[in-house]
Write a new protein. Sequence first.
Lengths: 135, 401
Amino acid sequence: MNYNELTRRYFESAANVGELTGAGVFRGAAGSQTLGTWVQFDLQINAGAVSAARFLAFGCPHTIAVSAWLAEQAVGHAVKPQLPEGVQGLRDRFAVPVEKMGRLLIIEDAWLAAAAAAAAALEYGENTHISRLTK
Amino acid sequence: MNTARKPVYLDHAATTPVDARVAASMADVLRSETEYGNPASTSHDYGDVAAALVESARTQVAAAVGASAAEVIWTSGATEANNLAIFGASQYYRDRGRHIVTVRTEHKAVLDPCRELERRGWEVSYLVPDKEGLIDPEQVAAALRPDTVLVSLMHVNNEIGVVQNIAAVAAICARHGGAWLHVDAAQSVGKCPIDFAGLGVDLMSLSAHKVYGPKGVGALLVAHRGDFSGRGRVQLAALQFGGGQERSLRAGTLATHQIVGMGLAFELASTISSMETARVAQLQQRLWRGLAALGGVLRNGSATRSVPHVLNVSFEGVEGESLLAAIRPYVAVSTGSACTSALAEPSYVLRALGRSERLSESSLRFGLGRTTTEGDIDTAVAVLTREVGRLRQVAGATPVA
């Protein structure tokens, strides 16, 4: 399997790995390690914008690289119920083979779960929502 | 590949570097002004010189595996030898029976011909090994039927290195009387002793490039002996035609330089000392100790009934493709998944041993050989320790420091 330079860089460095705790942290996860791909995002929200993001991922280099990139890109932007870049855009940017589109959808599900939790909390005034799905 | 900083090569079970003496012998033939004749040309000295080289190599190969020179049929490699054995025997004995016995953990070069025969109407029984990868010879006995014409069983497994009890299976086949025994021994030469005649095997596939010889040449041993059961000698139908070479079993001009290389490679392999085997065994133990210290590392295959040249392990908590990508710049090994597309398929051998899909995908096969050093092992252990730890951290299996 060949990977483009961006995929190699984010796979090898994989910054923003880990979990966040405390007020204003919202978590979303999707997939299953048993089935081969699992992703979790923690988003820390301050004044409606992402102030910190962390991820965990069990999956192929594309899965790890895309997750790391999303966690990096999110900081400083308003939390929205959508990926910072759409699935097709991510596929092009990271040269993800079509056979792996399902993995990008798992990443999207994890991201949307965290973003939706943040959006709901902002709407109802909650400040923490962590729902860890099964690994 | 950056040749200034090459990855440590630990994939000797896939192929081996050509021994410098072997390469020199082949180059001598290619450069020679007298050795380029067609070995089948008996009308002049050029042909006779080439034929003498071929026959000398035939003797070298035979001597290395306890066979007679007349039992050696040159092929392009073990895959062709397996095909000739399986299709040749099944075709020749098709009127006597159309049942074959083999094992789920055989190489694809055996399984795919068997599947093709199934498509053509043969029946194939696929034996399931135990969780260490071993077949009980009694499983073979139980699978034999009156219409069984062939049993195909590999000697040393290419993925997990386990050694099957060939002699016991050969005795069972001889008692049956109608089932010939084919053994894929591509991984055996130079790793453990082979006595073709003593084992009682009827057909045996050999490869040069697993033994520090060239790619593109191998052999099928076809037993000439009869046995006391009165069944006579194994016969094969030819698969290719066009010149009558190799007792009309394998037509085609012989590649003298390749054959000379294989002959010398086998002669050198037969002189490998017990000290070298012990050295490789020590390296394997060093590797296993280093990897086991990581925790969550499972050994695949029998630790006691295997060659020391192969170590197959599964890593818990890491995904297979990421593991291979992470270590690829530093260590050359084989993965437990077959990348036939962008999505890897888990090893069917490890799945047959009962390993889960995830653990089959996250397995690595380390192939140790003559060129492997303690430094290579230490590098591999250091890289695996770092990268497995990192990937487990990314997966949340261990806390981020």
